[in-house]
Unconditional design. Structure first.
Length: 102
C-alpha cells in the first residue's frame, strides 16, 4: 500500500507550495484557504492534512528519475591524440629554437 502525502498547489499560478505556506513563493499570492483540485471543496489547511475531507483526493508523490552519471562527450578525442599533439608541438619548438639560437 502506498502512503499518499497530500500536496498543495497555488490556485493562482499552479506551482506546488508547502502545506503550511501562507503565500506562494513563486507568484506571491496569499492564501486564505485550501481548495481541492478534484471536487472544489474549500477549507482550512488543517482540514486537508490527510487529503481532501470531502472526496479523499491526495495527489501522488512526484517521482524524479535517478541522476545519470556524467558521460564523456562523444566528440572527445582519444588520449593518444593529445599526447601526439604535445610531442609534435615540443619538437617544432625545439627545431625553431635551435635555428634561432644557432
Amino acid at each position: 500500500m502506498m502512503n499518499k502525502k497530500p500536496r498543495f498547489f497555488c490556485d493562482n499560478c499552479g506551482h506546488e507550495v508547502e502545506q503550511d505556506a501562507k503565500a506562494c513563493a513563486h507568484c506571491g499570492r496569499f492564501f486564505a484557504s485550501v481548495r481541492c483540485p478534484a471536487c472544489g471543496y474549500t477549507g482550512s489547511e488543517k482540514a486537508f492534512s490527510n487529503g481532501c475531507p470531502s472526496c479523499g483526493y491526495s495527489a501522488p508523490p512526484v517521482r524524479r528519475p535517478p541522476e545519470q552519471p556524467e558521460k564523456i562527450p562523444a566528440h572527445a578525442l582519444p588520449l593518444w591524440v593529445y599526447i601526439l599533439s604535445i610531442c609534435a608541438f615540443i619538437t617544432v619548438c625545439a627545431v625553431l629554437a635551435s635555428k634561432l639560437l644557432g
